[in-house]
Write a protein that binds this ligand. Structure first.
Ligand code: RFL
Ligand code: PHB
Length: 392
C-alpha cells in the first residue's frame, strides 16, 4: 500500500492529524494497535482549552462537543477548608474551557474518519517504522493476519508515551528530559450528580484531591496516592471516606456519592524529547512529551502539535515549501515547555511531597494564599489554564 503520510496511533493526536490532512486532500493511513472499542472507551482527559475547541471546530468535528460539553468560566482551589474561585474568563480576556471527555473527542474523530472512507487499521500488530532517515520511509505491520507494508513520504509518530516511534530513533539523535513524581492519582467515575458546577483542586494535609465531572449525572474524582498503590486495598467506602475528608469545607459543601463505575491509578511524570523529529519521522502528542495531569494540558498539547504538523505538511504539498516542517519541533517545543512548567508548578503547589518539611508546607500555603488573593497571581493560573494563543 502507498500513501503520503503514515500515522502510527489512533489517539486524539493521530486521529485529528489524519482528519486535518484528509480535509486538505492529503492521503494518509492510520495504524492502531488496539480495537475500536478500546479507543472509544478509554477514560482519560476531560478539559478542552479554547484553542483545542477552536481547532476541533475548524476541522468540522465540534458539533457534539458544543451540544454536550460543559462550558466552564472558572475553577476553584480548596485549602484550609475554604474554596477560592479563579475567574478564568475575566482574567484571560474571555477565554474559557469546556469539560468533554477525551473518549468523546475520539468517538467524534473516528466517526469522521469512517465517513471519509480513508483507511484506519485497528488491531494492527508488530508495527514498525523503517528508513526514516531516507526519502522513502515505510511502516510495516500485521493487519487481518496479513503482513502489510505502507510506503509513504512522511511518518507521524502519534503512538503515545509507550509507543514504538520514539524508540526507533537512534541513541544520541534525541535528548530526553524527565521527572518522575513520588505519587500517583487514583481516579474514579461515579454515577452521581456533580455537587458543584466548577472543578475543585484541593490541597489537603492527607494529600491532593480533585473534583471534576463528565456530565450532569457523572462525577469524576481523583485522590493523590502512592505510585505503586494497590487498587485492591481501596474499597468504595474507603475511597468515599478519603474524598470527603480531603474535600471538606467550612461552608458544608460535600461531594455526592453514587455507584463507582470505573477505577484506575495514573502515574505522574514530566517528560520531553528534543527535537520532536528525526529524518522523516515527526513525533506528536504523548510520544514526544508527558505532563502530570494537574494542569489538564496533555491532550491539549497533542492537539496543538498536530495542528502545527498538519499546517507544515499542507505547505509542503501545496507549494513544496519545507520551512514549516523544518521549524516543526522548535514551534511545538516552545508551547510544550510552557505547559511543562505550568503542570509542574500546579503539581508542586497542590500535592503533599513525602519528603516535605514544616517549612515547605508553610511556603506552599503562602503560595496558595497569594495566587488566590492577588489578581496578578490568579491571572498566571487563568491564562495558562485556558491555554495561550497559538504562535502561528
Ligand atoms: P494516546 O492517547 O496515548 O494515543 C496513542 C495511541 O497509539 C496507540 N499505539 C500504537 N498503535 C500502533 N502501534 C503501536 N506500537 C502503538 N503503541 C501505541 C495506542 O493504542 C493509542 O491508541 O496519545 P495522544 O494521541 O498523544 O494523546 C495524548 C492524551 O491521551 C494525553 O495527553 C491525555 O489523556 C492526558 N490527560 C489530560 N490531558 C488534557 O489535556 N486534559 C486533561 O484534563 C487530562 N487529564 C490526562 C488526564 C491523562 C490521564 N491519564 C490516565 C494518563 C487525566 C488522566 C487521569
Ligand atoms: C478530568 O476531568 O479528568 C480532569 C480534569 C482536570 C485535570 C485532570 C483531569 O487537571
Amino acid at each position: 500500500m502507498r500513501t503520503q503520510v503514515a500515522i502510527v496511533g489512533a489517539g486524539p493526536a493521530g486521529l485529528l492529524l489524519g482528519h486535518l490532512l484528509h480535509r486538505a486532500g492529503i492521503d494518509n493511513v492510520v495504524v492502531e494497535r488496539h480495537d475500536r472499542r478500546y479507543a472509544e472507551e478509554r477514560i482519560r482527559a476531560g478539559v478542552l482549552e479554547q484553542g483545542t475547541i477552536d481547532t476541533l471546530d475548524e476541522a468540522g468535528v465540534g458539533e457534539r462537543l458544543h451540544r454536550e460539553g460543559l462550558p466552564h468560566a472558572g475553577i476553584e482551589l480548596l485549602f484550609d477548608r475554604h474554596r477560592h474561585r479563579i475567574d478564568l474568563a475575566a482574567l484571560s480576556g474571555g477565554r474559557a474551557i469546556v469539560v468533554y471527555g477525551q473518549h468523546e473527542v475520539v468517538k467524534d474523530l473516528i466517526a469522521a474518519r469512517v465517513a471519509s472512507g480513508r483507511p484506519l487499521l485497528f488491531e494492527s500488530s508488530d508495527v514498525a517504522v523503517h528508513d526514516v532517515d531516507t526519502d522513502h520511509p515505510s511502516v510495516t505491520c500485521v493487519h487481518d493476519g496479513e503482513p502489510t507494508t505502507i510506503d509513504c513520504d512522511y511518518i507521524a509518530g502519534c503512538d503515545g508515551f509507550h509507543g514504538i516511534c520514539r524508540a526507533a530513533v537512534p541513541d544520541g539523535a534525541i535528548r530526553t528530559f524527565d521527572r518522575v513524581y513520588p505519587f500517583a492519582w487514583l481516579g474514579i467515575l461515579a454515577e452521581a450528580a456533580p455537587s458543584a458546577h466548577e472543578l475543585v483542586y484541593a490541597n489537603h494535609e492527607r494529600g491532593f484531591a480533585l473534583f471534576s465531572m463528565r456530565s450532569e449525572k457523572i462525577t469524576r474524582l481523583y485522590l493523590q496516592c502512592a505510585p505503586d498503590e494497590d487498587l485492591a486495598a481501596w474499597s468504595d467506602d474507603r475511597i468515599w471516606s478519603e474524598l470527603h475528608r480531603r474535600l471538606e469545607t467550612d461552608d458544608g459543601w460535600t461531594v455526592n456519592e453514587g455507584p463507582i463505575v470505573q477505577k484506575g491509578v495514573t502515574p505522574m511524570r514530566s517528560f520531553v524529547c528534543e527535537p520532536m523529529q528525526y529524518g522523516r519521522l515527526y513525533l506528536a502528542g504523548d510520544s514526544a512529551h508527558i505532563v502530570p495531569p494537574t494542569g489538564a494540558k496533555g491532550m491539549n498539547l497533542a492537539v496543538a502539535d498536530v495542528r502545527a504538523l498538519s499546517k507544515a505538511l499542507i505547505a509542503r504539498y501545496a507549494s513544496n515549501d519545507d520551512t514549516r516542517l523544518a521549524a516543526y519541533s522548535q514551534t511545538c517545543l516552545k508551547r510544550v515547555w510552557r505547559a511543562e512548567h505550568y503542570s509542574w508548578w500546579m503539581t508542586s503547589m497542590l500535592h503533599r511531597f513525602p519528603d516535605s518539611t514544616p517549612f515547605m508546607d508553610r511556603v506552599q500555603r503562602s503560595e496558595l494564599a497569594y495566587v488566590t488573593s492577588s489578581e496578578a497571581g490568579s491571572r498566571v493560573i487563568a491564562e495558562n489554564y485556558v491555554g495561550l494563543p497559538f504562535d502561528e
